[in-house]
Design a protein around this ligand. Sequence first.
Ligand SMILES: Cc1cc2nc3c(=O)[nH]c(=O)nc-3n(C[C@H](O)[C@H](O)[C@H](O)COP(=O)(O)OP(=O)(O)OC[C@H]3O[C@@H](n4cnc5c(N)ncnc54)[C@H](O)[C@@H]3O)c2cc1C
Length: 470
Amino acid sequence: MSTVSASSARQARHRAGPSPQQQPSGLPGAGHLWSRVLLLVIWAGVPAVLAIWWQDTIPGSLRGGGDYVTAAGRLSGLLAAYLLLVLVALMARIPWLENRVGSDVVARYHRTLGEYTVALAAAHAVLIILGYAWQSGTNPLTETGTVLFHYPDMLLATAALALLVLVGVVSARAVRRKLPYETWYHVHLLVYVAIALAFAHEFSVGADFSTSPSNRLLWSGAHIAVAAAVLVFRVVVPVRRSLRHQVRVARVVSQGPGVVSIHLTGRDLDELGAQAGQFLRWRFLARGLWWQSHPYSLSAAPEQGQWRITVKNLGDSSAAVSRLHSGTRVWFEGPYGAFTEQRRSPARKVLLIAGGAGITPIRALYESLPGTGADVILLYRATRPEDLVLYPELQDIAHRRGFGLYPLVGPRTGPQGDPLSAARLRQIVPDIAQRDVFVCGPGGMAEAAARQLRRLGVPQRRIHREAFEF
Ligand SMILES: Cc1cc2nc3c(=O)[nH]c(=O)nc-3n(C[C@H](O)[C@H](O)[C@H](O)COP(=O)(O)OP(=O)(O)OC[C@H]3O[C@@H](n4cnc5c(N)ncnc54)[C@H](O)[C@@H]3O)c2cc1C
């Protein structure tokens, strides 16, 4: 198999001719719109936090440098506490967030806000100590001892800060890359402990709450709401669904070296409304696997109570999955994800770009997107022909539906140049700027493809991506 030939490019040009009803609508894609709504909601909380702070900051009380530093310390503490709640809410698997905004976008916001949160919490501690020391004319070291041992709940709050810093350190890219996913994940759960430890000092020392019952009520209500969301969507719903639908492994089929498809059956799976392009978090109740859950996309359009995932052996768990037996019980969370047909602008043609394990949701979309002929084109990027997993199935779909299918095989720096260069993309899909583009593949490939797409005039709002790394 080789990269696309000149004749197939001509064929694509012929298939991909524009049609009058497919003019750009100019509306933002659904996913992008919902991400903006989410950002607005998060930002809306900031004035509320400022109002809580302002209410207790009698303007005339800010007289000297020490007052200003203390005020900055209180403000950074309030913002850190607010952002901590936002971080937990973002990861609560709230269906609107997972399925409208998209799990990958939510994870990206979580990551970025996480960095600010740790910085604000550390700034809070430093500024409060400096401010108090300034106000009372002591040195910061003595003031640290006073705050730690004479103010209520400060040892708990210090432990909370230490945990937050630890989570921040293990989440730094350089450190995270070196850690097994499970280690990173379990350390990350300490954020819940940090919130619980920090809560007491907010009420006992925080002037904004100790003197205002209404602020205490509001703050407690926000914590209870977020805790309830975590409990319902991360525990109750998955347990109820797993018990109700009784999902089991039906069979495991090899798809080539290091890749297997797992067919799953269960009771009334259609009720769950899973869509092509979505993923679930799977917990296989087998030795060595039951204690961890991993996200895998549906690799075929869900139908008649049957699901299928395709797993590439990238580590311990994905390798062990190939040894599963028929009948193994499976617990699951989901379906999740907004990488679905709903992201497509109405009546617009679609280009799908896949690489590596990213073919799985793309394969399901390719099978189920409406249209005929050049309405849907799939570019499948691989370094070697044997990496084109599921290719015979794709050929079969292309044959049945007349969709375009182009394997782009070869190294990035081969004699023919980068198979995903802007020139090559335009050659294969001349009307590319008018299409909605769905991209799923390794981070570097997806990023490079998105860059070329923008160069070719595809607006950001019509580039839909699914990331396999959270
Ligand atoms: C939304 C989504 C959909 C995915 N769909 C597929 C798919 O259809 N087919 C497929 O082969 N792979 C898919 N993946 C990737 C797959 O989840 C990981 O390859 C798998 O979890 C690796 O686990 P491991 O223990 O075998 O490997 P490890 O060696 O532990 O990890 C290998 C890589 O996977 C990441 N990873 C490990 N566990 C998780 C986890 N629970 N959640 C997120 N990332 C993790 C690690 O950070 C690392 O980058 C998907 C990932 C995401 C986020």
